[in-house]
Design a binder for this molecule. Structure first.
Ligand code: HEC
Length: 128
């Protein structure tokens, strides 16, 4: 009697454990997919940006409409930092991430297509 009830409890416990493991497994797989696709999209975005040949003049216009409020009309800094000689501090990939992912809270993330991002990047390279 005691043995059978304890083994039933044991079975229940194992079933419960199995279910928890299954849930854990499914969540892990979903997270894996999420990170994989997210990363792949990001990399494609960066590749597309670096492949296109931006124009500094277009980039200047994009900067004037989106960034001057915080970085100043001459990019000498206001709320945000001075962006001159930025390209000596950050590489292109880091700059793209800074703009599109909003890694630092006061600065918003921008939804900008790769072509315009390449213009912006070209402009930032002129700020030596
Ligand atoms: C709402 C204000 C705001 C706007 C708009 C804004 N930024 Fe910023 N940006 C900041 C702040 C604040 C920082 C500094 C964040 C930090 O260092 O934690 C920053 C940091 C940066 C950096 C990193 C600089 C460094 O030296 O680390 C880059 C590059 C940058 N911004 C580019 C841009 C570009 C390009 C735009 C326009 C598309 C833009 N920002 C629009 C506020 C802004």
């Amino acid at each position: 009697m005691t043995t059978s009830s304890s083994s039933a409890a044991e079975k229940n416990f194992k079933k419960e454990l199995g279910r928890k493991f299954l849930i854990f497994f499914v969540i892990s797989v979903l997270c894996g997919f999420f990170f994989y696709f997210n990363n792949r999209d990001n990399n494609q975005y960066i590749l597309k940006t670096l492949e296109s040949n931006g124009s500094a003049r277009e980039g200047d216009a994009i900067f004037k409409t989106n960034c001057v409020g915080c970085h100043g009309i001459t990019a000498r800094g206001l709320v945000g930092p001075d962006l001159h000689s930025l390209t000596r501090r950050m590489n292109d990939k880091e700059i793209i991430k800074q703009v599109t992912e909003g890694l630092t809270p006061p600065m918003p993330s921008f939804e900008i297509d790769p072509k315009n991002m390449s213009h912006l990047l070209k402009y930032l390279h002129t700020l030596e």
